[in-house]
Design a protein around this ligand. Sequence first.
Ligand code: URA
Length: 201
Amino acid sequence: PGTAAHLAAGCADLQALRHAMEGFEGLQLKQAASSTVFGDGNPESAVMCIGEAPGQEEDRRGLPFVGPSGKLLDRMLGSIGLDRSTCYITNVVPWRPPANRKPTPDEVAVCMPFLTRHIELVDPQVLILLGGASAAAVLAKADGINRLRGRWFEFNSPGLPRPIPALATFHPAYLLRTPEAKRDAWRDLLMIRRRMDAVRH
Ligand code: URA
């Protein structure tokens, strides 16, 4: 049984990575989950969204963001002209934590090598980090979402040809509970749109 880092390093494509994660035995969380929620959307696209962990509906269907948060995420992406054929969606942790609790720092740390390899293999132009857990994990920062959102950072990894610009915004589940934060979230999304337009022209 390999560590996540060892397994992930050997994966040459997304299919191999999916298999490695499905066969991984190093995390207790996985025993209680019904699926390994790998990803959805178009891995050829320029935009990769990273959430926190699957919820109940995601665990049942094996796809990220297909419950209530996913409906709002689809609207958020739609506001900047994106949908599941023009972006790729995954989570930091691919297994549903019991009762939708937050993944622990240890659980996140165990999954990070898989996520890093996932990012390397998709190699998008832009990362959208959904919520504080995703932002802190991917950017390796201890700050909360209020400090991390709405600013460009870079995701760096030795396996990437260049750093990838990354922008954090509020998690759609938070926006469902706190609709007044949508204003800021939509502003963040516009920053993504502008960056994509700049890359294209
Ligand atoms: N919340 C997440 O962070 N990810 C999902 O896939 C669903 C809800």
